[in-house]
Design a protein around this ligand. Structure first.
Ligand code: UDX
Ligand code: ADP
Length: 485
């Protein structure tokens, strides 16, 4: 018996924890899809329905040949085992809501592009619409779980909306259960999480709802790894975890600039620092800059929150983590221009990788987007290759990065190539933007033969063996390495 259940019993509560038998997840994206597919796999006695308004996305989840809408190692196997058994994907949001005892809200929460807090605050429009839909169609009590990363106190807003709009006899308990999975390792992160965090109101009903969700996770997660806390602590912990991880990367990237100026080697520095058990070795890999849907968004959220709380020094501290990341991306692009004799106008640059990290097809906030935009501004020709990102997504991202350029102009400057080898043909320089393992194993001799000379490699991910490439004839520049060329 764990402490939560002890507390539950000792309070002799009138409310019993619901035995969850039907789960609905609103939002079949990078978070909702893998998370609820794993819940279905691990809990065959629970029916899990993932609903989404986007019909094409739902069709892809249901596709006969398992061409799923997101690329994630191990995901297909999970979906193959559970789909049709107790895992279902549907566009019937209302039915999904009505049938469920517990609803995860896993919709997108991008940074606001206009209005109050533009550029910083999260756009909660999708969360609000999903919450209003729950209130409008639910005809029995539900546990509503906030899964999307949201600013602190969103659960409170959800509760207010639900209470103001619910039908008689319907009661809603709100939980916060942030997801800590990282893309590319989502399935292993979900199978063996470092922790599962559940935040609830500390009322009898709140604790009962918390026990119900904990019971779901206990099907495969050891009880001691399920942390139960207050709602606000849970919401803030998610922002804090991402901010601190991003802060490590910005710290190591700041040091990489010092290494380049002094001749030190950032990998050696990171290794030496990481050996201190208080620091630890993870998340100290210097790079061209962090990307992904969470880090920047969550830090900007934290900045916005700090400013709203009249804590300008706290806001400035966290803002600097994002500014350092922007600096790192700009600095890398500038190194390419400087090294290519101060001009890349009309020169062909091969950009290897477009996703924000390896083993995902996700491009949100990818460093490759800023790099290519900077190269375009310098009037270079860019060849790009990524093994997973759909071509349409690349055009969409490049258009968004240069809104004033017509797409025809962008397509004149940028070519999407079918392989790394093709991308490098006739190029002056190769820029490694994503750490796909296949870039380490390319036939670099063949790449060299097909390139204009001198042939440059700029390694933004410390991926390739620089010495080996230099022996072939390349002039190599790596992030955080003093010795150039
Ligand atoms: C992150 C958090 O890790 C996860 O817990 C949270 O739920 C969502 O946000 P994700 O963005 O999917 O996950 O990937 P992550 O592995 O954290 O990488 C983020 C970015 O940092 C990537 O661009 C990656 O390449 C970069 N990175 C990571 C580095 O540059 N150096 C490192 O040492 C680690
Ligand atoms: P994340 O990375 O947070 O999972 P995604 O953008 O990948 O974000 O996925 C969010 C999904 O939520 C999208 O597929 C979107 O269509 C879906 N969605 C947004 N609002 C609603 C809603 N009100 N009802 C159902 N689905 C929604």
């Amino acid at each position: 018996m764990d402490a939560l259940q002890d507390r539950f019993k000792s309070q002799k509560l009138s409310t019993s924890p619901v035995k969850v038998t039907k789960i609905c997840c609103i939002g079949a994206g990078y978070v909702g899809g893998p998370t609820c597919a794993v819940i279905a796999l691990k809990c065959p006695h629970i029916q899990v329905t993932i609903v989404d308004l986007n019909e094409a996305r739902v069709d892809a989840w249901n596709s006969e040949d398992f061409k799923l809408p997101i690329y994630e190692p191990g995901l297909e196997e999970v979906v193959r085992k559970a789909r049709g058994r107790n895992l279902f994907f549907s566009t019937d949001v209302d039915k999904g809501i009505q049938d469920a005892d517990l609803i995860f809200v896993s919709v997108n929460t991008p940074t606001k592009k206009s209005g109050v807090g533009a550029g910083f605050a999260a756009d909660l429009n999708y969360v609000e619409l999903a919450t209003r839909r729950i209130a409008a169609v639910a005809n029995s009590s539900k546990i509503v779980v906030e899964k999307s990363t949201v600013p602190c106190r969103t659960a409170e807003s959800m509760r207010t909306i639900l209470e103001a709009n619910s039908k008689p006899g319907c009661h809603f308990d709100i939980l916060s259960n942030p997801e800590f999975l990282a893309e590319g390792t989502a399935i292993s992160d979900l199978f063996a999480p470092d922790r599962v965090l559940i935040g609830s109101l500390q009322t009898p009903e709140g604790i009962a709802a918390c026990v119900a969700l904990k019971d779901v996770y206990k099907n495969w997660v050891p009880a001691e790894k399920v942390l139960t806390v207050g709602l606000w602590s849970s919401e803030l912990s998610k922002l804090a975890a991402n901010a601190m991880l991003a802060q490590r990367i910005s710290s190591i990237n700041a040091l990489s600039a010092i290494c380049e100026a002094t001749g030190a080697n950032i990998d050696e520095v990171a290794h030496a620092v990481g050996k201190d058990t208080r620091v630890g070795p993870k998340f100290l890999k210097a790079s061209v800059g962090f990307g992904g849907s969470c880090f920047q968004k969550d830090i900007l959220n934290l900045v916005y929150l700090s400013e709203s709380l009249h804590l300008p020094e706290v806001a400035a501290y966290w803002r600097q983590v994002v500014e350092m990341n922007e600096y790192q991306k700009r600095r890398f692009a500038k190194t390419v221009v400087d090294t290519l004799f101060n001009t890349i106008t009309g020169k062909r640059i091969a950009v290897l990788g477009f996703a924000f990290k390896a083993d995902t097809g996700d491009t949100r906030e990818s460093a490759a987007i800023s790099l290519i935009r900077d190269f375009q501004d310098e009037r270079a020709l860019v060849n790009v290759y990524d093994p997973q990102v759909p071509h349409d997504q690349i055009w969409l991202d490049l258009q968004e990065a240069s809104p004033r350029l017509p797409i025809e102009q962008i397509k004149k400057q940028v070519t999407i190539c079918p392989s790394a080898l093709e991308a490098c043909r006739n190029a002056e320089a190769v820029v490694i933007a994503t750490e796909w393992a296949e870039f380490r194993e390319i036939d670099w001799e063949a790449v060299y033969k097909n390139m204009n000379k001198p042939a440059f490699v700029f390694d933004g991910r410390l991926l390739v063996d620089a010495e080996k490439l230099r022996k072939i004839g390349f002039k190599v520049t790596s992030i955080g390495r003093g010795e150039r060329l």
